[in-house]
Design a protein around this ligand. Structure first.
Ligand code: SF4
Length: 444
C-alpha cells in the first residue's frame, strides 16, 4: 500500500474538550496518543469516524453543558465516547444518552484510547506517525499548559474534585522539567503551570529529588520554579493555594526568573465563611502577606476567584469580603455565584442564600472589582513593558502583558501594528487603559 493510500484510509477522530485547563491537558494526552497511532484529528462531525467528548462535571451548569455536547455529538455523528470529570458518574450520562459507546472518568487515557480502537482500529505506519516530540497541543503554538500533579488532598466543602480525581499525585520533577524543556525547544514561549493545588506540589512524594541533566532538583514548588525559570520562557503559576511557603517564590518573581503573577483562589474573606468552606481562614494575615509580596515585587499581578452566596453567608460576611477586596486591591477577579454540586459537603450546610440575593452580591462585587481594575490599569499608562503577541486581526496585533494569563485576563491592543507574529515578545509603551484592557504602541 502506498503512503498516500495509507493516509487516505487513516481513521479519523474528532474531540470536544470542555472544562478547565486540566481537562484540556487530558485531551492533549489522548490526541497525542491517538495521533501517534496514525489517527487523523478532524474538526467536524461529518469527517469523524468517532467523536470523543471530554466532559466537565464540576458544577451543575457544566454538567448540563457536557450533556448538551454529548447529545449534539450523538445526533450529528452517532459514535460517541465520553470521558472526563463527568464520566465518573456513568449513570448520569447513560440515563440521558444511552447510545454513547463508552464512558470513562478523568485521566483514564488508556481506556479512552482502547474505546477508540474498538470503534475504529488504529492504522500504524511510520509514514503517518507524525507526533512531534513535545506531543500535540490544543493551545496556540506559543504557549502550553504544563500539568505538574493530579488530584488534591484538600477537602474544600464546595468541591468534589478530590472524589473525582483522587488525592494528590505529583509527577517527578525531572519528568516535569524535561517536558517543559521539550515544549520550549518546540517554540513555546510561555509555560502555564497547572494542577489542582500548585503549592502542594511534591508533598505526597516527600519532595523527592530527581536528576535533571547534571543537577538534582527537589519536587518542591520553589525549586521547580527556579529550574523551569532557567529555560528562558515565561513561567506562569496557576491555582496556588495560599500556604505560607508561597512567600518563597516571590523573590524568583522579583528577579525576573518566573512571571510576577500569582493566581490564588482566595474564595472569600470572612473567617466564618472560609471555615465553612474549609479554607485557610486568616484574611488579615493574608492582607499583610499581600502587602509584603507587593513590597518585595512591585510588578506583581494577583488574580483570584471568589464565591458569593455560599450557604450561611450573611450580609455582614459579604460586606467584609467587599472591604477586604478594597484593601487587598486584587488585580484580576473571577466571581462565581455558589451552586450546589452533587456530592459536595456544602449542600448540607444551613443558611442557603436566595438566588436573587446571590445575583445582587455578584453584581456588587463585580462593580467594585471594575473600579479596582480600572484604577490599577490606569497606573500603567506611560509605562514600558513586554507584551507577548497572541494573534493578529484586521485592526492590528493583540497581546498580553506578564500580568495577563490567556483566556481569563486582559489584552493589550497594538492597533495598526501588523509587523509581528504570534509568540513574538515585543516592548511596548502603554497609551490607554480601560477597566480590563490596555492599548499600546511599540516602544522606540
Ligand atoms: S483545593 Fe481546589 S481542587 Fe482541592 S478541594 Fe479545594 S477547591 Fe477542590
Amino acid at each position: 500500500m502506498s503512503k498516500s493510500t495509507l493516509q487516505q484510509t487513516a481513521p479519523r477522530v474528532g474531540i470536544i474538550s470542555l472544562g478547565c485547563p486540566k481537562a484540556l491537558v487530558d485531551s492533549e494526552r489522548i490526541i497525542t496518543k491517538l495521533r501517534s497511532e496514525g489517527y487523523d484529528l478532524v474538526g467536524t462531525y461529518e469527517e469523524s469516524d468517532v467523536v470523543v467528548v471530554n466532559t466537565c462535571g464540576f458544577l451543575d451548569s457544566a454538567k448540563a453543558e457536557s450533556l448538551d455536547a454529548i447529545g449534539e455529538a450523538v445526533k450529528e455523528n452517532g459514535k460517541v465516547i465520553v470521558t472526563g470529570c463527568m464520566g465518573g458518574d456513568e449513570n448520569a450520562i447513560r440515563d440521558v444518552h444511552p447510545a454513547v459507546l463508552s464512558v470513562t472518568g478523568p485521566q483514564q487515557y488508556e481506556a479512552v484510547v482502547n474505546a477508540v480502537h474498538d470503534v475504529v482500529p488504529p492504522l500504524h505506519d511510520p509514514f503517518v506517525d507524525l507526533v512531534p516530540e513535545e506531543g500535540l497541543h490544543l493551545t496556540p503554538r506559543h504557549y502550553a499548559y504544563l500539568k505538574i500533579s493530579e488530584g488534591c488532598h484538600n477537602r474544600c466543602t464546595f468541591c468534589i474534585i478530590p472524589s473525582i480525581r483522587g488525592d494528590l499525585v505529583s509527577r517527578p520533577v525531572n519528568e516535569v522539567l524535561y517536558e517543559a524543556e521539550r515544549l520550549v525547544r518546540a517554540g513555546v514561549q510561555e509555560l502555564l503551570v497547572i494542577s489542582q493545588d500548585t503549592s502542594a506540589y511534591g508533598r505526597d512524594i516527600k519532595y523527592a529529588e530527581s536528576k535533571w541533566h547534571d543537577q538534582s532538583v527537589a519536587a518542591r514548588m520553589v525549586d521547580m520554579c527556579e529550574a523551569m525559570g532557567s529555560l528562558g520562557a515565561w513561567v506562569r503559576l496557576h491555582y496556588v493555594y495560599p500556604y505560607p511557603h508561597v512567600d518563597n517564590v516571590i523573590p524568583l518573581m522579583a528577579d525576573g526568573k518566573i512571571l510576577p503573577y500569582l493566581d490564588i483562589p482566595f474564595q472569600h474573606a470572612s473567617p466564618d465563611v472560609l471555615k465553612a468552606m474549609r479554607r485557610p481562614a486568616h484574611s488579615e494575615k493574608t492582607l499583610d502577606r499581600l502587602a509584603g509580596w507587593r513590597r518585595d515585587c512591585p510588578d506583581l499581578t494577583i488574580r483570584s476567584t471568589f464565591i458569593v452566596g455560599f450557604p450561611g453567608e450573611t450580609e455582614e460576611d459579604f460586606e467584609l469580603l467587599l472591604d477586604w477586596l478594597d484593601e487587598a486591591q486584587i488585580d484580576r477577579v473571577g466571581c462565581f455565584k455558589y451552586e450546589a454540586v452533587d456530592g459536595a459537603e456544602a449542600n448540607a450546610l444551613p443558611g442557603a442564600v436566595d438566588e436573587d440575593e446571590k445575583s445582587d452580591r455578584w453584581e456588587r462585587i463585580m462593580d467594585l472589582q471594575r473600579e479596582i481594575s480600572e484604577r490599577r490599569l490606569a497606573t500603567k499608562v506611560g509605562a514600558t513593558m513586554d507584551v507577548i503577541i497572541d494573534e493578529l486581526d484586521s485592526e492590528g496585533a493583540i497581546g498580553r502583558t506578564k500580568g495577563d494569563a490567556p483566556d481569563v485576563d486582559g489584552s493589550v491592543f497594538l492597533d495598526g501594528d501588523f509587523d509581528v507574529e504570534p509568540g513574538d515578545i515585543v516592548q511596548v509603551k502603554i497609551t490607554e487603559a480601560d477597566e480590563f484592557d490596555l492599548w499600546a504602541e511599540r516602544a522606540q
